[in-house]
Design a protein. Structure first.
Length: 270
């Protein structure tokens, strides 16, 4: 009887063993089965580590290239220089094109004038040292009188200077938009009194000054065979002695240009 009782487990220990086995089973299942939230946390932490690694690599790359900003500025400066060079080339081409057109037009006008001269047997061009064209307007009578009273000879003195010195001085002016207007008649009356105008085939206007200058040169070349052709304004007082002495030193040089060119070089057709 004692041996049978000693081999059996007491009923007091059954609840203790059951609770112990329950906790062991819970511990075992927690280790084998991780909750879904832990997996997402692992994935997010892994992504965060990758992002941090990428950021650190970018910072390292920037630290390894301290002259990158300087290279960018050099590239911008070279681009700016290239644009400026292109603008200069374009302006040069435009000026060359304008000069070529002007030369062609002058050649055509010379050809037509030579044909008309040969057909009508007109007088040859007068030889002169310099021809001065004074740009003036209909409303500039006071300026013209000031020029006549100071540096421009009048009457017989003007003709004598042309014959002896070869210096021709004329006020250059065109016509008004209305044919035979009161402005044109006023200029005709003034020219009849002083005989110092060169009438141009040109309609006067402020926005046509460059065309007027071009027509003056072509008209002066057709009328006089001069060494120099000069254009001044009616508010400029010229020292004829100094001007003649200065031009005489350059008389033997071909294609001489003296004056103020606002922008760009002076072009000439060889």
């Amino acid at each position: 009887m004692r041996n049978r009782n000693s081999g059996k487990i007491s009923s007091k220990w059954i609840p203790v063993f059951s609770i112990s086995f329950f906790f062991l089973g819970m511990l075992f299942t927690n280790r084998l089965w991780a909750p879904p939230e832990s997996n997402s946390q692992l994935i997010s932490s892994h992504r965060r580590e990758q992002e941090l690694q990428i950021i650190s690599e970018d910072c390292t790359t920037k630290k390894e290239k301290p002259g990158q900003e300087k290279d960018v500025m050099d590239e911008v400066y070279r681009t700016h220089e290239a644009i400026q060079s292109l603008d200069k080339s374009m302006s040069m081409l435009q000026m060359e094109l304008a000069a070529t057109r002007s030369t062609q037009e002058i050649g055509r006008s010379d050809g037509s004038s030579s044909v008309s001269a040969s057909s009508h047997e007109g007088p040859p061009r007068k030889k002169a040292f310099m021809v001065i064209g004074i740009n003036t307007a209909f409303s500039s009578r006071r300026r013209r009188d000031s020029v006549r009273e100071t540096w421009m000879p009048q009457g017989d003195k003007l003709l004598k200077m042309e014959e002896e010195k070869g210096i021709v001085v004329r006020f250059m002016i065109g016509h008004s938009a209305t044919h035979n207007s009161i402005l044109d008649r006023a200029i005709d009356s003034e020219d009849a009194q002083h005989k110092d105008f060169l009438r141009l085939e040109h309609v006067e206007g402020y926005h046509e000054l460059s065309a007027k200058t071009k027509i003056f040169f072509s008209t002066a070349i057709a009328k006089w065979d001069a060494d120099f052709y000069i254009k001044v304004d009616d508010d400029v007082h010229v020292n004829l002695g100094m001007l003649a002495a200065t031009l005489a030193r350059h008389r033997s040089k071909p294609r001489v240009y003296i004056g103020c060119m606002k922008s760009g070089p002076v072009l000439s057709q060889k």
